[in-house]
Design a protein around this ligand. Structure first.
Ligand code: C5P
Length: 235
């Protein structure tokens, strides 16, 4: 088992900056990085691509059984490459349609169960930084250090809008805001692995911080908690 391998988790709602920071922190530490949302988005993409009704659980179960998801590490700032059944869907999974379908299918227990081992297998030496909704509560409850990011929904919508615009997507701010609210609501209220902070998290409100500011706060916390990793200085 890989229980002795250090893990830092960052959970929180969409657009709070956790993906960017997790990736930057992994790079600084020289550790692996897992974007768990990308795996759920890959499932969302496959469901949309197959024109499947996610309420049709027998068909969805078959799709989950047969889906081949490959993730390839990327340089910081770029999304990790995601290949599903030999299609490169790295850009496509960032659409709000894939985000919504990821949110719908990820509330189904057998979907989450099927993806659990795949995520845990990413815990490899020298360590793992991961971001998602349930990294600290369900997937890695024994993580060495857990963060939970918050930010108000208007600010998160603005960030997501700018990200998607930069990628050349045609989106409007009110649509993004509405979609984020729907997704927050569904992710927070589902019965299995809901979005919520673990008991032992370091909370960071990123509403009024830029990326550098959040990164500095996270680095400070990692340094303050170096003894948890069995060293006197980690960064
Ligand atoms: O983080 P991201 O916005 O890419 O995630 C897309 C969706 O995948 C989320 O809205 C959530 O429903 C689901 N997800 C999840 N558990 C995770 C990561 C993402 O349920 N650990």
């Amino acid at each position: 088992m890989n229980k002795n391998i250090p893990v830092i988790t960052i959970d929180g709602p969409s657009g709070c900056g956790k993906g960017t920071i997790a990736q930057l922190l992994a790079k600084k530490l020289g550790w692996h990085f897992l974007d768990s949302g990308a795996i759920y988005r890959a499932v969302g993409w496959a469901v949309l691509n197959a024109k499947l009704d996610p309420a049709h659980h027998a068909a969805l179960n078959m799709l989950i059984d047969q889906i081949k998801i490959e993730t390839h590490a990327s340089s910081v700032g770029d999304d990790a490459k995601i290949i599903v059944n030999d299609h490169d869907i790295t850009d496509e999974i960032r659409s709000e349609a894939c985000g919504q379908m990821a949110s719908i299918t990820s509330a189904i227990p057998f979907v989450r169960a099927a993806l659990l081992d795949r995520q845990r297998a990413m815990r490899e030496l020298p360590g793992l930084v991961t971001d998602g909704r349930d990294m600290g509560t369900v997937v890695f409850p024994d993580a060495t250090l857990k963060f939970y990011f918050l930010a108000n929904v208007e600010e998160r919508a603005k960030r997501r809008f700018n990200q998607l615009k930069q990628k050349g997507k045609h989106v409007t701010l009110p649509d993004i805001l509405r979609e984020l609210q729907v997704r927050d609501e569904r992710d927070s209220n589902r019965l299995i692995a809901p979005l919520k902070p673990a008991d032992d998290v370091v909370l960071i409100d990123t509403t009024h911080l830029n990326i550098e500011g959040v990164l500095q706060s996270v680095i400070k916390e990692v340094q303050n908690h170096a003894s948890l990793f069995g060293v006197s200085k980690l960064l």
